[in-house]
Ligand binder design. Structure first.
Ligand SMILES: [Zn+2]
Length: 895
């Protein structure tokens, strides 16, 4: 351990030495602070645009193991290892190293939350995942983009992290070149979704939006004339490209001679414009050579710039280059290098491209959303138990603008196997192009358009605007764009922390069931519903063919999404301020406010996108199960009083029957028969007020069961408590199952899984057929905001435990002889249960206690659901009795 500390101190000293004077360093850091803010807000602004294109597009580095040959790389890896190991050291022992101790805290948080996220990855239900963290502070591993950003700022100043990260060779993937979109399945459907439908008053709307007279967030379709794409090999080149990370950018700034009268902006531009262009000119020769180095020295690049400047008589640049070359000579410990990015696209037109020039369509295979997610499920199932990060992703969402006459919808464009050179364009945090959805010749497409002038030799880039929820993936995606506003990673972290706050607090499992139950019982769409949906941009394209109860439920979800939109900015602001105050002393409240609003807007768009994905999935399953999706019946149905009697008291498989069966091995036969007779006599179904009589009978039964003798194997006292809870439940809901549906196969290439699978599985395609369970549609609709679970019906069953579906009576009657420590039903268990019911009614009850639950309950109902349905408090009388009834039995381990 001491050895590690020594190594670390050496590393820290080296980094310290890298900055020449502390004054200069402070200034630079300050400039970085400013820049990072700029970068941050620009990143969040981009998130607003996510909606237009690209939220799913992820390029992730394949990790460790693929390469380690080069010495440099080995060194980086060990630096990383030092950090990781140090993070496990006791914080106190490091406190004397005051310079580094903050850092330590941070990395220990990293590693902790890393493990958290890995372990919880197996739990596909994100709600359960996030709920398991409730009540803990931020150290619990919740992580938002800003946190990532702050810490990155910290590291970036002079930190080792960005350069030392796992830089691995990008794969030069071959793809089949296509000239237009290739639709993978459901051609009619996909074509309809790509078809432009301009609103009647399009021109009017466009004008009023242009003149700013009407503030509307309804994105109108952007109509463009057809333009031919830039010709590959002539106007653009596909070639090996290299880039630099933020650390190297800073190192170069730091190496520039002080006495020159260059302002900071000029210095930045020297690096990201002149240097990068010359760099990519030099490395072009490696393209297709099969012998491309991972690292390329900057020395010859600066020399070439120097030569050119001498020829042009550009004295300023000559001095600049001489200064940098001198620094490179004298600072042997610093690495003046660029890193390989893989294939990229470079402007090869001598006069360059103009602003707003059309570059190329982003082509690929087009999937209906449901099919795309089937494929993702298939990939996950084939990767089973694999901890490797996912392979590269080349997919982009093509989203219809909300202002289209038929409204919003989406399809997925995947450029993995069939594509054009657009899929080669690299990410930049300060891009010269943007990817946007445009309407050309009556069809939507994703086009890459220049956002400023692009010079001859300049690399063509756009901002991927990609988000990830995995911190590991985020940290591994080192950005090499080299721009002054580089965010350090080409992914944005999202999805946790503040963003989920409103959802968790106001839209829990019970709330969503209440909305669903309401929609199912009405099974009709009101005018107000249609207006609400229309205002959110959801129209016939997305909602066509769905049954009324689904549309009514969607309208209710849109109401929640709107509510969240108003609530979330303050939550995010509060969270961001708390975080930022840890790192920065002066914070501009106005900037923070507008940032929080932009972020909340991003969440808003993401929610609508998730709703659309969910509706596409369930429509497909309903079509398979019923022919016409409109025929799919509402999945929730409230029990009538007589049905409730049958469910609880006397029907085949009723709860009372289950109770008697569970008791049978433990209770003397004559006692049991006696009880049976009495139960028959107390059948409430003939009564005038069945509910009242049912409650009375259940309370009677509770006391009867409480009077039976208890042993540790036969906890009649616990069963009595459960009967009591049932007695106070009014709303029982039957879940109507659909038939299971198995899809035709999707074909998965080993390339979809990652490079090492090619060896394992050969080059052939794998078939995957997805089976949708009986409750898939209900599950997906309840978990509408989450697409990561392949089996939302199973998530639903897990989320229902306790809060919606009370435990089984058999929980309290042991089948095995050996007592187990889990079979505790003492005051603490009861207290825990009451706390759940009162304070966290929407959370499932844990499975590792005495309770066992149905894996797919056919009927749900609980006093907590009652409270949610009636928007009232939990029944006080029910709680009071549970709190104050005397304990009648204590097993040895009940404490
Ligand atoms: Zn960048």
């Amino acid at each position: 351990m001491n050895h590690i500390i020594t190594l670390f101190i050496q590393l820290a000293t080296r980094l310290e030495a890298a900055s020449k004077s502390s004054h200069e360093r402070d200034e630079l850091i300050k400039s970085w602070e400013d820049d990072t803010f700029a970068g941050f807000s620009s990143s969040s602004k981009c998130r607003k645009k996510i909606n237009k294109v690209a939220p799913e597009r992820k390029y992730s580095n394949r990790s460790n193991g693929t390469v380690n040959g080069s010495l440099d790389y080995g060194e980086y890896a060990s630096d990383r290892e030092i950090r990781r190991r140090l993070s496990r050291l006791n914080k106190k022992s490091m406190d004397s190293e005051s310079e580094t101790s903050d850092d330590m805290d941070k990395s220990s948080e990293y590693s902790k939350s890393n493990t958290d996220s890995t372990s919880s990855d197996t739990e596909s239900d994100t709600e359960l995942k996030s709920q398991s963290q409730t009540g803990q502070s931020r150290a619990d591993g919740s992580f938002t983009p800003d946190e990532g950003f702050d810490s990155m700022t910290d590291d970036r100043e002079w930190g080792a992290r960005m350069t030392k990260s796992s830089l691995v060779p990008p794969v030069t993937r071959k793809y089949e070149v296509i000239e237009e979109y290739v639709i993978v399945s459901n051609e009619e459907d996909v074509k309809r979704k790509m078809q432009v439908s301009l609103p009647d008053d399009y021109v009017e709307k466009l004008n009023s939006q242009k003149s700013g007279t009407e503030e509307s967030d309804m994105e109108l379709p952007e109509v463009k004339d057809y333009k031919p794409r830039k010709m590959l090999g002539e106007e653009v080149l596909e070639q090996e490209v290299y880039g630099i990370d933020p650390y190297s950018h800073n190192l170069l700034l730091d190496s520039m001679p002080e006495e020159l009268d260059w302002d900071l902006a000029e210095k930045h531009m020297f690096v990201e414009d002149v240097l990068l262009r010359t760099l990519n000119k030099q490395v072009r020769r490696y393209t297709g050579s099969g012998n491309t180095p991972m690292i390329y020295p900057l020395h010859p690049v600066v020399e070439e710039i120097l030569k050119g400047a001498e020829e042009d008589g550009d004295v300023r640049t000559v001095r600049m280059c001489q200064g940098i070359l001198k620094a490179i000579e004298s600072r042997r410990d610093d690495k003046y290098v660029a890193y390989r990015k893989g294939l990229g696209v470079v402007c090869n037109k001598e006069e360059g491209f103009g602003e707003e020039d059309f570059v190329v369509e982003f082509l690929g295979e087009v999937y209906p959303v449901w099919k795309w997610f089937e494929k993702q499920d298939g990939i996950r199932s084939l990767q089973k138990n694999n901890k490797d990060p996912a392979p590269e992703f080349y997919n982009i969402y093509l989203e219809r603008p909300k202002g289209d006459a038929d409204g919003y919808d989406l399809v997925v464009v995947d450029a993995m196997h069939k594509a054009n050179y657009a899929s080669r364009i690299c990410h930049s945090c300060r891009p010269n192009c943007e990817a946007k959805v445009t309407a050309v010749d009556g069809r939507y497409q994703i086009g890459i358009y220049a956002v400023r002038k692009i010079q001859y030799g300049e690399e063509v880039t756009f901002d991927y605007n990609s988000v990830t929820e995995s911190k590991e993936e985020y940290e591994a995606s080192v950005c090499l764009c080299g721009s002054q506003v580089c965010r350090g990673s080409y992914l944005n972290l999202t999805g946790e922390g503040a963003f989920q706050k409103v959802l968790k607090e106001w839209h829990g499992t019970l709330d969503r069931h209440q909305l669903m139950l309401e929609a199912c019982e009405l099974n009709s769409v009101s005018e107000e519903d249609y207006l609400e949906l229309g205002r959110a941009g959801l129209g016939s394209c997305l909602l066509g063919g769905l049954p009324d109860w689904v549309i009514a439920y969607s309208a209710r979800l849109v109401r929640f999404i709107n509510f969240e939109r108003t609530k979330l900015p303050e939550e995010i602001l509060k969270h961001n301020l708390e975080e930022k105050r840890k790192y920065f002393s002066d914070i501009c409240l106005e900037v923070e406010k507008s940032d929080a609003e932009v972020q909340a807007e991003g969440v808003y768009n993401q929610r609508l996108q998730n709703l659309a994905v969910t509706l596409d999935k369930v429509r497909y399953v309903m079509r398979c199960a019923f022919g016409n999706p409109k025929d799919a019946p509402p999945p929730l149905e409230r029990l009538s009083p007589l049905e409730a009697v049958s469910f609880l008291w006397k029907g085949e498989g009723s709860l009372v029957q289950e109770l008697l069966q569970s008791m049978a091995p433990h209770v003397e036969e004559h006692l049991l028969n006696d009880l049976r007779t009495k139960i028959l006599a107390r059948d409430p179904s003939g009564s005038d007020d069945i509910w009242k009589e049912l409650k009375r009978s259940l309370l009677w039964l509770r006391d009867e069961v409480r009077n039976l003798p208890c042993t540790y194997k036969s906890r009649n006292d616990a069963a009595a408590d459960l009967i009591h809870i049932y007695a106070y439940t009014r709303c029982f809901v039957r879940i109507r199952e659909y038939k299971t549906v198995t899809s035709p196969p999707v074909y998965i290439s080993p390339l979809d899984l990652g490079p090492k699978y090619t060896e394992k599985l050969g080059s052939g395609f794998q078939e995957y057929c997805k089976t949708y369970g009986e409750n898939y549609c209900l599950g997906q609709l309840i978990f509408w905001y989450n697409q990561t679970s392949a089996e939302p019906d199973c998530s639903l069953a897990r989320a229902s435990r306790g809060c919606l579906s009370l435990p089984n009576f058999s929980s309290f009657y042991a089948k095995v002889q050996k007592p187990s420590l889990q079979r505790v039903y003492g005051p603490r268990t009861v207290k825990f249960m009451l706390a759940r019911m009162e304070k966290q009614p929407q959370r499932p009850w844990p499975k590792d206690r005495i309770w066992s639950f149905d894996n797919s309950p056919k009927v749900i109902g609980s006093p907590m659901l009652d409270a949610a349905v009636h928007k009232s408090h939990l029944d006080r009388e029910m709680v009071h009795w549970l709190k104050h009834r005397p304990a009648i039995f204590q097993a040895m381990w009940d404490r």
